[in-house]
Design a protein around this ligand. Structure first.
Ligand SMILES: CC(C)(COP(=O)(O)OP(=O)(O)OC[C@H]1O[C@@H](n2cnc3c(N)ncnc32)[C@H](O)[C@@H]1OP(=O)(O)O)[C@@H](O)C(=O)NCCC(=O)NCCS
Length: 152
């Protein structure tokens, strides 16, 4: 059993009912929106038995696109992964929660922050931040060229 899954919990009332003093357990962000929840499966593992980083990146790319889609109102593409940090391993059976916020709206692009929190197997309601990232998405036209974002 992992150290964090056996530890007492300290999550806040708004994030969960548990009380936990484990240093890895954190509060869920209140300034970001929950955009995706997913549970990795054994087929998503690397040779170490942890979840493959590329699988996590793909999920973050999908989750990160949710808020920009509201501005793009049509086709868009990921132009850049500005930052990507794997803070803790992701494991089979974790319940992953992806939170996102918009950090910049440009002429044709939208940049977001994405944070990923894991509830370990048998430790639901206790959250560990496993990944944080910044990505930029560009609205594109039918020819794949950058298209201006129309803001209301
Ligand atoms: C996305 C794409 C259409 C942008 O075309 P481009 O000619 O590079 O566009 P521009 O240089 O005019 O930049 C467009 C926007 O992207 C931003 N951008 C471009 N390169 C960037 C980078 N490296 N990092 C962050 N933002 C970037 C620009 O700042 C600009 O934003 P703004 O208009 O809000 O200021 C083109 O690069 C593309 O098709 N890339 C492939 C996309 C793709 O396949 N994604 C999936 C990868 S798996």
């Amino acid at each position: 059993m992992s150290s964090e899954s056996s530890a007492p919990t300290g999550i806040t009332a708004e994030a969960g009912a548990h009380a936990d003093a484990h240093p890895l357990n954190v509060h869920l962000p209140t300034d970001k929106e929950l955009v995706l929840k997913v549970i990795p499966m054994p087929g998503d593992c690397n040779a170490n038995g942890d979840i493959f980083g590329g699988w996590v990146m793909a999920q973050v790319d999908l989750a990160g696109s949710v808020l920009p889609a509201r501005y793009a109102n049509g086709r868009m593409a990921t132009v850049a992964v500005n930052q990507f940090v794997f803070k803790q391993p992701v494991r089979v059976g974790d319940i992953l929660s992806f939170f996102s916020s918009v950090s910049r709206i440009g002429t044709t692009s939208v940049t977001v922050q994405v944070e990923v929190y894991a509830e370990r197997f048998r430790s639901q309601g206790r959250y560990i931040k496993v990944t944080e990232a910044s990505l930029t998405y560009v609205a594109i036209d039918d020819s794949g060229r950058p298209r201006k974002i129309v803001r209301d």
